[in-house]
Design a protein around this ligand. Structure first.
Ligand code: C2E
Ligand code: MG
Ligand code: MG
Ligand code: MG
Length: 292
């Protein structure tokens, strides 16, 4: 019987692994053509100043819809883009489109808000990264007060010297830097010491656990440390009124999450901006475009 179990386990294991390898291969093959086939798009999720319920900015989030694979979430394809080097062209696409969006808001007379772009560690390790960013913002003539970059703790596993050089140049351009998913990695504190971070984004994991004593203490501690260091704090993934109330009580600066808004496609986000900023109204719920 034991022999049989083992045989079964091995077979099960290898077939699971095989499936995963195949899936990764499929994603890689399709991802190579995603840019030229125009399968990538961006959506935008509002970030709100908690004490005033005022729109503070937005985060740009990448979306990929492929004919064969359907909708593939970033969690499945970003790591593959990093391994294959495709992240450099994809990252450039994201930045160019965010800049184009900022420009179009300006042209349409919409209120300007800072837009945050997720930057992968692999991009920061690229020798030409800062130069590429500089040429894009010059081409689009972007006022860098309206551009922010979000990086994760995965940068600490990379080529730190190169990453620091790029970050210095980016900060010189006037772009603000947030540390994303704060508290989930091993080197949060080292990064706070070594990189010129302006904002912390507390990971959703901590927000999910509001109501539990220890997690609430951790959030309070992060907030007081951030204050001491002169950093602003964003809470990610707020889904309930109870979470929001706690975050208000402990004076967390900003919030982002489904309770406020889901990420929206560009049309819906534009309409959202108009309504939110001109009619001082609540979040609109029936307009064209869709959540994504
Ligand atoms: P992230 O930067 O931490 O982005 C926040 C994620 O949380 C987004 O997932 C967003 O849709 C989701 N979210 C926001 N509020 C809520 C909520 O209330 N509940 C729940 N359950 N989820 C919420 P998304 O768009 O699937 O992106 C996942 C991750 O993929 C991002 O995490 C980011 O690390 C990465 N990513 C997305 N776009 C890009 C990109 O353009 N470049 C790079 N390098 N990475 C990206
Ligand atoms: Mg982010
Ligand atoms: Mg995050
Ligand atoms: Mg995250």
């Amino acid at each position: 019987k034991e022999d049989k179990d083992e045989e079964y386990n091995i077979r099960f294991f290898t077939s699971e692994m095989e499936k995963e390898v195949q899936e990764r291969f499929m994603i890689e093959t399709q991802l190579r053509k995603a840019l030229e086939n125009q399968e990538l798009s961006l959506c935008f999720q509002p970030i709100v100043e908690i004490s005033k319920n005022k729109l503070e900015g937005a985060e740009a989030l990448l979306r990929w819809k492929n004919v064969k694979l359907g909708f593939v979430p970033p969690e499945k394809f970003i790591s593959i883009a990093e391994e294959t080097g495709l992240i450099h062209s994809i990252g450039k696409y994201v930045l160019e489109n965010v800049c184009n969006f900022i420009k179009s808001m300006e042209r349409k007379g919409l209120p300007l808000i800072p837009v945050a772009v997720n930057i992968s560690a692999k991009q920061l390790e690229n020798r030409n990264f800062a130069e590429t960013v500089k040429s894009i913002i010059e081409y689009y003539q972007i006022d860098t007060r309206y551009l922010e970059f979000e990086i994760t703790e995965s940068v600490s596993a990379g080529n730190m010297k190169r990453i620091k050089e790029n970050i210095e140049k980016i900060k010189d351009l006037g772009i603000k830097l947030s540390m994303d998913d704060f508290g989930t990695g091993y080197s949060s504190f080292a990064m706070l010491l070594n990189l010129q971070i302006d904002k912390l984004k507390i990971d959703k994991m901590f927000i999910d656990n509001i109501g539990k004593m220890r997690e609430e203490k951790i959030i309070r501690t992060i907030l007081s440390m951030a204050k001491e260091l002169g950093l602003k704090v964003v809470a990610e993934g707020i889904e309930t009124e109870k979470q929001l109330k706690f975050l208000k009580d402990v004076s967390c600066d900003y919030g982002q999450g489904y309770l406020f808004n889901r990420p929206m496609d560009i049309n819906m986000f534009e309409e959202y901006l108009k309504i939110r900023c001109y009619s001082k109204g609540k979040s609109p719920d029936n307009f064209s475009g869709s959540v994504c």
